[in-house]
Design a protein around this ligand. Structure first.
Ligand SMILES: [Zn+2]
Length: 249
């Protein structure tokens, strides 16, 4: 069951990621429930994912067209979830760590000011897979978050959190996570939205790893997404209504 948001104003979720599909593998189940409860979702996607795989299941995409194919996949999925259209930063895949982190952070900061999120979700320090683009967007989002917190009057928000993975699963998949990314501060039961998450991953038809994740997620017995709250978030985040809200979503 999805907990309805009884606030007058919807809560706003801002996901900040490296490639089209990161948002879905990290958080589609939670986003779908969040939206069903009457809240807003915005996604920032920093690169076009131009270096990804060139199609699955017999589909063959020219390298020069992959960016636009993946943009279309991203737009279709966000629309299916009921999220807003994405903010695209238009970097090239695998070039994100070549950008000055402060410049990248200013682009993220502009969007934070625009949407005034209650929650910001980005990769943690390892980027889950140690992908340089994931780590670069993590660092830039941290800088943007710190800059925003210095200017905003509302001290308790936003909450900054990272997708996290339980220790045993991280080991099973050979992931080299930071300790922070193994913490399960927020656990969302996504049984009611797992079908949408798997459908979203399958819609990333150009990407082999999205197809593999779709199969893996659909075979799991328990459907959950978990998040670690960043230590940069206000010290008493555990008492925050929003954290309680998410844990009951
Ligand atoms: Zn990625």
């Amino acid at each position: 069951m999805t907990t309805t948001n009884h606030n007058n104003k919807p809560f706003t979720w801002l996901g900040v990621f490296g490639h089209p599909d990161d948002e879905t593998s990290a958080s589609a189940g939670t986003m779908v429930k969040w939206i069903e409860a009457g809240n807003e979702v915005y996604i920032v996607t920093a690169t076009g994912g131009e270096e990804g795989t060139l199609g699955t299941g017999g589909q063959v995409i020219e390298r020069e067209n992959l960016g636009s194919v993946r943009e279309a996949e991203l737009r279709e999925n966000l629309s299916m979830y009921g999220a807003n259209p994405p903010f695209l930063l238009r970097y090239r895949d695998q070039d994100l760590d070549k950008e000055d982190p402060h410049i990248l952070s200013l682009k993220v900061l502009d969007i934070i000011h625009l949407v005034e999120p209650d929650i910001i979700v980005t990769f943690g320090p390892s980027g889950i897979s140690n992908h340089p683009d994931h780590i670069a967007i993590h660092k830039a989002t941290i800088l943007a978050f710190e800059a925003y917190r210095e200017t905003t009057q509302i001290r308790e928000k936003p909450i900054l959190m990272f997708p996290s993975i339980p220790q045993d699963l991280a080991q099973e998949f050979g992931l080299d996570l930071s300790d922070e990314e193994k913490r399960l501060d927020i656990i969302v039961d996504i049984t009611s939205s797992i079908d949408m998450k798997v459908k979203g991953l399958r819609n990333y038809q150009s990407q082999e790893d999205a197809q593999e994740l779709a199969s893996r997620f659909s075979e799991q017995e328990q459907h959950r997404e978990s998040f670690a709250v960043s230590e940069l978030t206000t010290a008493n985040w555990e008492k925050s209504n929003l954290v309680r809200y998410l844990n009951n979503l």
